[in-house]
Write a protein that binds this ligand. Structure first.
Ligand SMILES: Cc1cc2nc3c(=O)[nH]c(=O)nc-3n(C[C@H](O)[C@H](O)[C@H](O)COP(=O)(O)O)c2cc1C
Length: 375
């Protein structure tokens, strides 16, 4: 894919300290494996908001996934359905809410940003509801856009605008250019017909979003949202026990412990490192999902052992999408499923449901472990 797109996906805010921390945090934990356990029958399935998932990994919301492959969001949604898991559609997608809903019957979540223009927000929520999305995921960590210096350097704008550097980049990636001629559009699909974005308006992604998102949103707005959305509400972007407690007080059904993959506030700790305080604060009153830095099945097992019910992935499935379309995303999920299963076998813990912190050694694992038998 062209350099400006790769950088948009791979990069993060400022010095990308949090991007690196997310992945590093998993290696701060090692396993405490049990031997001579019957692991001949393994189960990596779970439930999330009452929905059965074949593996504890769901696809997170990513803006502009449709620039990585024509109809990218539709392809990723189909892949998630094939692997019996959830696809989350970003507000900032290329394919529309309705196009993705038509991808087939499957559980899908819609991720929302609250716009200054509340009518736009209301209409997005109503469209998601009418199209049968099963949960609303409100992202709360973008009151302003993270400073993504790679995008600034590359002049990344939507729709793509030719600069000498970009033209060179595109000439070196003619395969992508040709593939994208099959794309329905090269901009934010959900607004293509509204005044919020006219097709001729080439705007930097950062500039566009910081102009449109409502910076005055507070906890009080959750009540307003509840009035529009009767289904489960998920808050994405919580990194402290205090916020997690407030989320529970406001009755949210699930929390995504997330620093937006290090793309917003650089200097936030790794998601995995804040998980234990949030598990404690939430005390089972909401389901927890962790994202940021998941690259292997063993990472998912570690997050689950520390109390996350499931993990979300962003970049990993985008690379699958760019490399192989729907089959590429399916392959990413298959690899993760296989690695989770094999980690459980080697750990002597045949069922995901049995995992707890006694299987880990590290900053937050139990120092004293009871003996437990699983047979
Ligand atoms: C290219 C890209 C675009 C993203 N766009 C959104 C978005 O529109 N809404 C959102 O809530 N999160 C967005 N995210 C954050 C992801 O949902 C997720 O939190 C993050 O990618 C997880 O980290 P990982 O990429 O290491 O798996 C985006 C991430 C990437 C890489």
């Amino acid at each position: 894919m062209p350099r400006f797109l790769f950088d948009f996906v791979e990069g993060g805010a400022d010095d990308e300290v949090t991007v690196r921390a997310n992945q590093q945090a998993f290696s701060d934990y090692t396993f405490r494996a049990r031997t001579l356990v019957d692991v001949s029958a393994r189960d990596v399935s779970t439930t999330l908001l009452g929905q059965r998932l074949a593996l504890p990994v769901i696809l997170g919301p990513v803006g502009l996934a449709g620039l990585l492959a024509p109809h990218g969001e539709v392809l990723a949604a189909r892949a998630a359905a094939r692997l019996e898991t959830i696809f989350t559609l970003s507000t900032m997608s290329v394919c529309t809410i309705e196009e993705v809903a038509a991808a087939g019957p499957a559980p899908r979540w819609f991720q929302l940003y609250i716009w200054k223009d509340r009518e736009i927000t209301r209409s997005l929520v109503e469209r998601a509801r009418a199209a049968g999305y099963s949960a609303l995921c409100l992202t709360v960590d973008v009151p302003d856009m993270g400073n993504r210096e790679r995008d600034v350097r590359n002049g990344f704008v939507v729709p793509p605008r030719p600069t000498p550097g970009n033209v060179m980049d595109l000439l070196l990636h003619l395969g992508w250019v040709l593939r994208m001629t099959r794309s329905p559009r090269a901009t934010f699909g959900n607004f293509a017909d509204t005044k919020a974005l006219s097709r001729r308006d080439a705007v930097s992604v950062a500039g566009y979003t910081s102009r449109q998102f409502d910076q005055s949103v507070t906890w009080a707005d959750l009540e307003w949202l509840r009035g529009l959305w009767p289904g489960p509400l998920v808050l994405k972007g919580i990194t402290t026990a205090e916020d997690a407690r407030r989320a529970v007080e406001h009755g949210v059904e699930a929390i995504v412990v997330s620093n937006h993959g290090g793309r917003q506030l650089d200097g936030l700790p790794a998601s995995l490192d804040v998980l234990p305080e949030i598990v404690e604060a939430v005390d089972g009153k909401a389901e927890l999902i962790l994202d940021g830095g998941i690259r292997r099945g063993s990472d998912v097992v570690k997050a689950r052992a520390l109390g996350a019910r499931a993990c979300m992935i962003g970049r990993p499935f985008l690379y699958g999408l760019a490399a192989g379309g729907q089959a590429g995303v399916e392959r990413v999920l298959e690899i993760l499923r296989k690695e989770i299963s094999s980690t459980l076998a080697l750990l002597g813990c045949p069922r995901l449901e049995q995992l707890d912190a006694s299987y880990l050694r590290g900053p937050h694992s139990y120092s004293k472990v009871e003996d437990r038998s699983h047979d």
